[in-house]
Design a protein around this ligand. Structure first.
Ligand code: RB5
Length: 147
């Protein structure tokens, strides 16, 4: 069973729970790093907890959700090994997998509907990396981490 990590802040608990139910119905083993209530919290804590699991190889991919998705994506991209894409449409979700080999998806619960979020999740998880010329570009991206 493929494992996937998911995290959110207080602005996105409901959307996260919808996404978790969807992932479970698709047969994924979901690791939920929280937050678990709508009590105000700090999104970097949850982004970091989830990103670490991807960066260490414990899981292959992760999903982050906050109000806009912006804070979560900024935080995750500070973790070595993470390529987190903020997506609010299906085209971006498809292209970030094909071209960037993104290993984390970020979404904004105050930006998109629950229905669109599930479609974006499916596109992200079901689209393969194209490799080829994109492999070189991804390698250049990751080399920046060692500067
Ligand atoms: C929380 O109010 C909000 O700032 C957070 O969910 C997110 O949108 C940050 O980028």
């Amino acid at each position: 069973m493929e494992k996937i990590v998911i995290g959110c802040d207080h602005a996105a608990v409901q959307m996260k729970n919808n996404v978790i139910n969807h992932l479970k119905s698709r047969g994924f083993d979901v690791i939920d790093v929280g937050t678990y209530s709508e009590e105000s919290c700090d999104y970097p804590d949850y982004a970091y907890a989830a990103a670490k699991k991807v960066a260490t190889g414990e899981v292959e991919k992760g999903i982050l959700i906050c109000g806009t998705g912006i804070g979560m994506s900024i935080a995750a991209n500070k973790v070595k090994g993470i390529r987190c894409a903020l997506c609010d449409n299906l085209f971006s979700a498809e292209m970030t997998r094909r071209h960037n080999d993104s290993n984390m998806l970020s979404m904004g619960a105050r930006v998109i509907s629950n229905q669109l979020a599930l479609k974006i999740v499916d596109m992200f998880l079901d689209t393969p990396f194209e490799g080829g010329r994109h492999q070189r570009r991804v390698e250049k991206l990751m080399a920046i981490e060692n500067e």
